[in-house]
Design a protein. Sequence first.
Length: 217
Amino acid sequence: MEKQYLLFDLDGTLTDPMVGITKSVQYALRHYGIEEPDLKKLTPFIGPPLTDSFQNYYQFSKQQAKEAVLVYREYFTKQGILENEELPGIRQMLKDLKAAGKMLIVATSKPELFAKQIVRHFQFEEYFSFVCGADLEETRVRKGDVIRYALEQAGIGEDEKSKCVMIGDREHDMIGAKENGLESIGVLFGYGSREELEEAGADQIAADAGELARMLL
């Protein structure tokens, strides 16, 4: 797969944010009188826009979901943002891709402000030319919109889309790529299953960072 522009999802693709995200969701639910002691039950919140997840999994109204996101951020900004781990093999892969002259871009549904803090925390800045995410008002939060924004920020035109690939662990990454006319690679070391990724139209699937690197180099 000879691609020059590599767009990476963040959560579940570069880092494992399980503890921070699920504890932030747990904190928000508690605000509404809902107790969920099992953090693993909250892992479906990793990846999709939070407002969608509060509506889909806890039947919040659209307005309640927006409010819940603000409560979520009370915990996330103070503590949850750094309850996060680098995924195995990722740093070496990024280093090799950068050395090969590829342009690396983060494209995440996480607010861009937080995404930049996380990239800085893990000292990934040297590898990425752009870190693109959602806005805090969530007018740009769906993956297709974030990818479009990332392409604009990087100055990648229609004629260069064949040189791009979106890499992520959830169906939203594959669907967002298709919406923008890009190929996609699903990864199995995050929070989406092979079935989810295949059904969403992933062009290729990588089991680990080593296999992903071989596809991209």
